[in-house]
Design a protein around this ligand. Structure first.
Ligand SMILES: C[S@@+](CC[C@H](N)C(=O)[O-])C[C@H]1O[C@@H](n2cnc3c(N)ncnc32)[C@H](O)[C@@H]1O
Length: 209
């Protein structure tokens, strides 16, 4: 069992400089998807190698994973994939990175750390202030995807996002994945584990109005 990283630790107050879109990607005009808490990034590698007309950005708080993922990107010369190390909340709250949020077509929170104890709920990546920042800077039509195997966490995330006036739920039945960041419905590592172990998956898609 891995030790969870405490995102509220002062270690994460310093954030790395976020490069411009043209420094990060070969084609800065491609649709941009952000995956928050991307771990080693396997999910994003799978997506980026197949969907070359999208750019993929991952944010992860475990530094070693990001270092390794960045090396892999360089070795394989992948031009539509970039990784940023740090606490997503601090990175995206920063004025310098507002341009990332305003350029996103979609973002995903796949199986975020649940932080079960009530006194640790503040460590969850989805917080009302964070959703407010997103609602202020995301373009109309941007999609948010959430997925988890923890019902309590799902209810909390759903309540937090739905409480923001600008986000509306989309019925999964009406959603056309073929035009999304994940046309082939590739699974994340945690999702594969959850499927093999026949656990429940709770998911929802929201659109910014
Ligand atoms: C349970 S793992 C899920 C990994 C992957 N998304 C998946 O579905 O397989 C949650 C990941 O989120 C990262 N994480 C947790 N809080 C974070 C934060 N505030 N900012 C960035 N990453 C975070 C953790 O380090 C961990 O890699």
């Amino acid at each position: 069992m891995r030790q969870h990283v405490n995102p509220l630790s002062s270690n994460f107050n310093q954030i790395e400089r976020i490069p411009s879109l043209s420094e990060m990607f070969g084609n800065s005009k491609s649709n941009l998807h952000l995956d928050i808490g991307c771990a080693a990034g396997e999910f994003l590698f799978d997506l980026a190698l197949v969907n070359t007309s999208w750019n993929y950005l991952g944010i992860e708080i475990r530094e070693k994973l990001v270092k390794n993922a960045k090396l892999k990107v360089l070795e394989r010369e992948i031009k539509n994939l970039y990784f940023i190390f740090g606490n997503a909340n601090n990175i995206l709250n920063d004025v310098q990175s507002k341009f990332i949020i305003s350029n996103l077509k979609s973002l995903s929170f796949n199986f975020p750390d649940p932080w079960f104890k009530k006194r640790h709920n503040k460590r969850r990546v989805i917080q009302p202030e964070f959703i407010n920042i997103l609602s202020n800077s995301l373009q109309k039509g941007t999609l948010i995807f959430i997925k988890t195997d923890v019902k309590d966490l799902f209810d909390y995330m759903d309540y937090t996002i739905s409480s923001n006036f600008y986000f509306k739920k989309i019925d999964k039945k009406d959603f056309n994945y073929s035009e999304s960041f994940n046309p082939n419905q590739v699974k994340t590592n945690r999702e594969k584990y959850v499927i093999v172990n026949q656990l429940d998956i709770f998911e929802r898609i929201y659109i910014k109005n």
